[in-house]
Design a protein around this ligand. Structure first.
Ligand code: HEM
Ligand SMILES: *[C@@H]1O[C@H](CO)[C@@H](O)[C@H](O)[C@H]1NC(C)=O
Ligand SMILES: *[C@@H]1O[C@H](CO)[C@@H](O)[C@H](O)[C@H]1NC(C)=O
Ligand SMILES: *[C@@H]1O[C@H](CO)[C@@H](O)[C@H](O)[C@H]1NC(C)=O
Ligand SMILES: *[C@@H]1O[C@H](CO)[C@@H](O)[C@H](O)[C@H]1NC(C)=O
Length: 521
């Protein structure tokens, strides 16, 4: 996997350079003849040298150092719009409560889905319908989220089996490459919920783990490929079609079985054989009718789905194209291993809560310190430098009078917001229990949770598009981290938290660091 990711990285750097140069020449010639006036001219740019062709220098700097440029821009323009050069286009940054509220409310004219077309190149890397299919959203929002508690035994079983396979608990220290061990484990555990025991197939694990990584590397080079060449380039060099074909080889029999059973039994599909996530609540006596209807609807669609569209399989995209989920756990693990003093308080909390409640969802909700640790980990080691990414589908005027034309890419510099002293004392300090301390105050017990998006905490977005998978993701993170804490002693081989790998606004947790485990003493 190492050499693969190295290859794609050098490929994307070379393509990036070539495409930037090409775009540069074409644009300069075009500019000689036309100088269209754009409302964007009124928005100050940041990180762009003022000499001729500065845009391209700024663009290159942003690829290398995007996070720092956004932080400096944020400090200069806090609460006001500014723009930076993102490869071949402007990215307009909006910060402060007022502008963020504008984004949150402007669902019709500022599209989340269309921004994913640009940032993730979702049409070519995931399958546009797959990512934004309302059925899938429905499955995540209703069937998955409502059934988290019911999934617990199976998730726990898979976590234990996956760790025992990859990191057998021995008395001596063993050293493992962190990314190559943790990502497959998390992918396998998430897959268990969607496709059952196929999640243990080594070929399928490899396929799905690579798929996640390939989404972002493909997005990088497609982003700078001229748009008229993209369909062809994606067909020739893209990962989506081969990955889908390979996945369908495994999935087809499972899907066929699901369809047969659904035809035969509908909502009365016998317990045990019925897929775990969908349809559970049809059998639970205390759920309302609407829940039953939703669940059945979702179940039905999940079965039928692959025969629509292009033969892709929804769980492949829903669960697996979310690189944030495995990345979040890898980040959290690096953070924990670099702050071993947190382990004892987390263990004590686990022992007292789980001792009283067992491994239930209620117990996970009571892990206040763990929740705080994970939230602080996501604040300090995020899945990217920006959030609430949107594309203007028509000309749009913000409440401060700023106008952006249709086609403008917009985002909030979330990392910078999360490091603003206004809302975080000592923002540069990793303070694992800052949120649990807040929850100790009267009336604050249920606030400051990781799953609650606020203007101060936007790791899961905000408003209508806030991540619908966050309840599942946070529970999964808690269960996996708990398993590590209760089963192993661990440490970083080099002692310090291995540096993350940033490109423009995107980040991967370090891909090469080794970590050490032994059976807990
Ligand atoms: C730690 C893990 C995760 C993080 C940090 C994360 C973060 C996000 C963010 C930032 C957004 C965009 C919100 C916005 O722009 O306002 C999003 C959207 C979304 N997430 Fe997640 N996510 C995670 C895990 C998951 C999981 C496990 C699933 C599915 C099982 C999921 C499903 C979705 C879907 C379907 C959307 C699109 C929502 C829409 O279009 O309205 N996410 N996520
Ligand atoms: C991911 O990309 C690598 C390198 O291009 C390729 O060898 C591999 O087959 C791809 N895997 C999937 C599942 O797309
Ligand atoms: C809907 O709920 C009512 C009352 O709780 C119950 O009598 C009825 O059987 C339910 N319908 C279905 C289809 O389960
Ligand atoms: C964050 O800062 C803003 C601006 O000063 C303030 O209005 C808001 O109450 C703060 N939120 C918290 C949780 O401190
Ligand atoms: C990842 O971590 C390892 C070990 O700490 C380090 O040698 C390597 O340079 C890091 N990678 C990057 C890209 O910083």
């Amino acid at each position: 996997m190492d050499s693969h990711s190295a290859n794609t990285d050098s490929l994307s750097t070379a393509t990036l350079t070539a495409a930037t140069l090409l775009g540069f020449v074409v644009l300069q010639i075009a500019r000689k003849f036309f100088k269209p006036h754009s409302p964007l001219d009124a928005i100050p740019s940041f990180g762009i040298p003022s000499y001729p062709f500065g845009f391209y220098v700024g663009s290159w700097n942003f690829i290398k150092d995007g996070r720092a440029i956004l932080e400096q821009g944020y400090l200069k323009y806090r609460g006001q719009p500014f723009k930076v050069a993102l490869a071949n286009r402007w990215l307009v940054l909006l910060s402060g409560q007022r502008l963020i509220e504008d984004i949150r409310k402007a669902d019709d004219s500022l599209s989340f889905a269309d921004s994913a077309k640009v940032m993730l190149q979702s049409e070519y890397t995931i399958g546009y319908e797959q990512l934004h299919d309302p059925f899938q959203m429905n499955v995540v929002r209703t069937a998955l989220t409502r059934n988290i508690a019911a999934c617990f035994p199976v998730i726990r079983e898979e976590i234990a089996a996956a760790f025992e396979d990859l990191i057998p608990a021995k008395d001596e220290w063993i050293s493992v490459p962190a990314m190559q061990t943790i990502l497959p484990i998390v992918t396998r555990v998430s897959n268990r919920v969607f496709i059952g025991l196929l999640c243990r197939d080594p070929d399928y694990i490899k396929l799905t783990t690579q798929y996640t990584l390939n989404v972002s590397s493909n997005a990088q080079w497609l982003h700078v490929t001229p748009s008229f060449l993209r369909p062809l380039a994606a067909r020739l060099f893209g990962h989506l079609e081969p990955a889908t074909r390979a996945a369908m080889k495994h999935l087809r029999p499972i899907l066929q079985h699901r369809i047969e059973m659904d035809d035969k039994y509908g909502p009365d599909w016998p317990e045990g054989d019925r897929p775990l996530v969908v349809g559970r609540s049809t059998r639970t006596s205390n759920t309302a009718n609407s829940t039953q209807a939703d669940a059945h609807f979702a179940q039905h669609q999940l079965c039928r789905q692959p025969y629509h569209h292009t033969g892709e399989y929804p769980p492949l995209s829903t669960a697996i194209c979310r690189p944030q989920s495995p990345q979040g756990i890898l980040h959290a693990f690096y953070t924990l291993a670099a702050n071993l003093e947190c382990v004892q308080p987390l263990r004590e909390e686990l022992e007292s809560v789980v001792g009283a409640e067992g491994w239930t969802k209620e117990a996970m909700d009571q892990l206040v310190k763990m929740d705080s640790f994970l939230k602080e980990s996501a604040r300090t080691a995020p899945s990217g430098a920006i959030g609430l990414t949107r594309l203007a589908t028509r000309d749009f005027t913000f409440s401060d009078g700023t106008t952006v034309p249709a086609g403008t890419l917009l985002a909030v510099p979330v990392f910078a917001e999360h490091h603003d002293e206004v809302n975080y004392t000592n923002p540069e300090v990793f303070d694992p229990f800052r949120f649990s301390r807040m929850r100790e105050q009267d009336g604050e017990e249920n606030k400051h949770q990781m799953v609650t998006p606020t203007l101060e905490y936007m790791s899961f977005g905000l408003g209508r598009h806030a991540c619908p998978g966050r309840f599942f993701a946070v529970n999964e993170q808690k269960l996996i981290l708990s398993h590590i804490i209760m089963t192993y002693d661990f440490k970083l081989r080099d002692g310090v938290r291995p540096p993350d790998e940033w490109i423009a606004v995107l980040v991967k947790a370090n891909t090469t660091a080794e970590v050490m485990f032994r059976k807990r003493r």
